[in-house]
Design a protein around this ligand. Structure first.
Ligand code: SAM
Length: 386
């Protein structure tokens, strides 16, 4: 077993050791086949999404027994707030909701339960999810918790051939394969993944003209390394093509505007890996067994929305968005349940938890009312390139 592919802190069981060895074998063969190196996006694609060996094809990913927790897994309060934002749009523009990267369906169920209570159900709710395992989990959750809504729900792995009133994505963009680069003598070089002895290592590629044009050459400290995700902008273009008139595109994820994303002090980029709630920054270990993510450059996302003909309708922190939409503990008879809700609210909103790092960006097509979720705070001005 390549030592660097299995760090001591991971303490793998026998099955995981065998699985990891297989992942490493397959990825090494791909690197050799590609002539000695893969772009980081290609490596991330294989490690996360290969239908056989990819991380997202595994059984447990989200939640306390998995590797990381997302807001829908934390509390139904998150979905209830999002549902209130959806309702504002659906009341004026009744139609479909499309949720992309829907995971195990938890958010869809929470949103639909709330919209049912508000009597503002969408004509259809489409869950688009790449992982077959997650689609199965979503189907089981829907059958168990909202069987009465099954007729209006579609679970698929690709965009439907329709246009929607609302398109949602929670923690999708951070999971899209991204490229890495480094600055060497004022030029932008891609960072490629190669085989290094028994392990994987980094190799600096030849100067990349496209990356150099996009990122510019001035002001970068020597040795600076970071990431760039062209797939995020591409995804916004796809979403725009599926958004109907008066519709809302809502994206929630962790990240910053460009001037913070590429801040000189953030000199090693934003890569984050999750393995059993252990967070670290080495994506070359535990391929296929750990999650790999990259923060979102929200300025690039705003520019992609603009290029796709959408109007920026708001940009704010997750905390301000949820509080604008009435996030508050319900009055519970049971004190314990009440305390759990209060704890979830703290994790969703406190600055050192998910409240500040996670942002919400919204686009509309054509005329739409001021969105309820940006009532307390709208930081759209922060997205301007400086
Ligand atoms: C970090 S998880 C978030 C899941 C869920 N939204 C949540 O908040 O719990 C990202 C999900 O996006 C899915 N995904 C990644 N790329 C996708 C794509 N292009 N289309 C649909 N789903 C995708 C992954 O399989 C994974 O389930």
């Amino acid at each position: 077993m390549p030592e660097a592919a299995s760090p001591a802190w991971a303490a793998l069981d026998a099955i995981q050791e065998v699985t990891l060895a297989r992942h490493v074998r397959i990825l090494r063969a791909r690197i050799v086949q590609a002539g000695g190196a893969l772009s980081f996006a290609e490596f991330m694609e294989g490690a996360l999404y290969d239908t056989e060996i990819g991380y997202y094809s595994h059984e447990t990913v989200f939640g306390a027994t998995g590797d990381f927790i997302t807001a829908p897994a934390l509390s139904a309060l998150f979905g209830q707030c999002l549902a209130r934002q959806c309702a504002q749009i659906l009341q004026r523009a009744p139609g479909q909701i499309i949720e992309v990267g829907a995971g195990n369906g938890r958010l869809a169920v929470d949103i639909l339960q709330t919209l049912e209570a508000l009597e503002t159900l969408p004509t259809q709710y489409v869950l688009v999810e790449r992982s077959a395992r997650r689609r199965e989990e979503a189907q089981a959750l829907i059958t168990r918790e909202i069987p009465q809504q099954a007729d209006r729900i579609v679970i698929t792995d690709t965009w439907p051939d329709t246009s929607a009133s609302v398109i949602l994505a929670n923690e999708l963009l951070d999971a899209l394969p991204a490229d890495r680069f480094c600055i060497h003598q004022g030029r932008v070089h891609p960072l490629l993944v190669c085989v290094e002895g028994d392990a994987f290592g980094w190799r600096e590629g030849a100067v990349d003209v496209r990356l150099t044009e996009t990122l510019g050459t001035s002001g970068w400290p020597e040795g600076y390394a970071s990431e760039i995700s062209s797939r995020g902008g591409h995804w916004i273009g796809e979403a725009a093509a599926h958004l109907g008139t008066g519709g809302l595109l809502l994206v929630i994820d962790y990240g910053f505007p460009a001037h913070e994303f590429y801040h000189p002090q953030r000199h090693s980029g934003t890569l984050m890996c999750h393995f059993r709630h252990h967070v670290h920054s080495d994506p070359l270990v535990l391929p296929g067994l750990q999650d790999i993510t990259v923060h979102v450059d929200f300025t690039a996302i705003a520019e992609a929305g603009h290029a796709a003909g959408l109007m920026l309708a708001g940009y704010t922190s997750q905390a301000a968005f949820l509080l604008s939409l009435g996030l508050a503990p319900r009055a519970h008879a049971e004190v314990r349940a009440h305390m759990e809700e209060v704890n979830a609210i703290k994790r969703l909103t406190l600055p050192h938890e998910m409240g500040e790092l996670f942002k919400v960006i919204a686009f509309t097509r054509g005329h739409a009312p001021p969105l309820a979720g940006f009532h307390l705070l709208d930081r759209s001005q922060a997205l301007t390139r400086r």
